[in-house]
Design a binder for this molecule. Structure first.
Ligand SMILES: Nc1nc2c(c(=O)[nH]1)N[C@@H](CN(C=O)c1ccc(C(=O)N[C@@H](CCC(=O)O)C(=O)O)cc1)CN2
Length: 281
């Protein structure tokens, strides 16, 4: 019995669910879980269906679904859940999110395969080796940025990477790279966006005297820290927290927000809705 996940988005109208479930029933597919959402402001409809198919493989299902998708002008995909998406992780000098994802991957708690680690520093080469994940040292400076980003894209192609995770990668990706990987790059920003954008958010939080700090996992766009939010996490703090202690609490919050976002993305639970997301839990 093969398990598949259908995701779709289209203009909201009568009959979408009926058409989708009718197609699945007509092809002897059994629905395991189905979630949908109609956005009244965008007049857009979003759906995720987890189903089993005894007779048809993923290719047959996709070919068969074409006509229904065309009728509603859907953006859609049917994923075979036996195929784990391949993730490439980029990191700079802070390794807590990388370490968390590697451990979750090792114990089978991450529905993705970490196929490569890229860094502009060598700090986590030994950690990558310990987890037997290929490590790629790609230093960067303002002068070599275009060349370095070309090497990143070539690695994405060569390793058949499905999505990229910026696990505290402290370089701003160019517009070109963002366009080339649109909807496929997840970043962890170490603040509760939209508060404290840019670099040094914990110092900003300390100076502001906040009582709650947070972290935000979002898709990367050319506009720094403005991408569609996937997941956020928070922790309570108080006046006694130094900037260093805020950063220490922040490491746990960042790791949790990022791992949840990666998990949801890898299970095809996150659909883009303009500058926002729909996340089916
Ligand atoms: N195109 C985008 N690229 C990146 C984003 C993004 O939202 N869009 N997020 C960052 C991560 N980040 C905050 O979450 C961040 C990283 C780096 C900087 C920054 O100012 N970097 C300096 C260099 C710093 C250094 O060399 O240590 C710079 O690039 O000039 C701000 C925010 C990841 N990329």
């Amino acid at each position: 019995m093969n398990h598949h996940v259908l995701t779709l988005a289209c203009h909201d109208q009568v009959g979408i669910v009926h058409a989708v479930t009718g197609y699945l029933a007509a092809h002897d597919c059994n629905i395991v879980d189905s979630q949908q959402f109609g956005d009244p402001d965008a007049a857009r409809f979003f759906m995720r269906v987890h189903f089993t198919s005894e007779y048809l493989d993923n290719t047959d299902l996709r070919i068969g679904f074409e006509a229904t998708a065309h009728r509603f002008a859907m953006e859609w995909q049917i994923h075979d859940t036996a195929v784990k998406p391949r993730a490439m992780i980029l990191v700079s000098k802070f390794g807590h999110c990388l370490n968390d994802l590697l451990y979750r991957g090792q114990i089978g708690a991450l529905p993705a395969e970490i196929c490569a680690i890229v860094s502009n520093h060598r700090d986590f080469e030994s950690l990558a080796n310990a987890y037997d994940v290929p490590f790629h040292y790609l230093p960067v400076s303002p002068e070599t940025k275009a060349e370095q980003e070309k090497a990143i894209l070539e690695l994405v192609e060569a390793e058949h990477v499905d999505f990229v995770v910026l696990a505290r990668y402290m370089q701003v990706l160019s517009d070109e790279l963002c366009r080339a990987l649109s909807g496929r790059v997840i970043n962890i920003h170490h603040s509760f966006l939209p508060s404290f954008k840019g670099a040094r958010p914990y110092l900003q939080a300390y100076d502001r005297g906040v009582k709650v700090i947070g972290a935000t996992a979002h898709y990367v766009t050319a506009d720094l820290d403005e991408g569609p939010i996937i997941e956020q996490e928070i922790a309570r703090v108080d006046h006694s927290y130094s900037p260093a202690r805020l950063a220490a609490v922040g490491r746990d919050v960042e790791s949790l927000a990022l791992s949840r976002a990666v998990h949801a993305h890898a299970e095809h639970r996150v659909l883009l809705n303009g500058s926002k997301t729909v996340v089916f839990r």
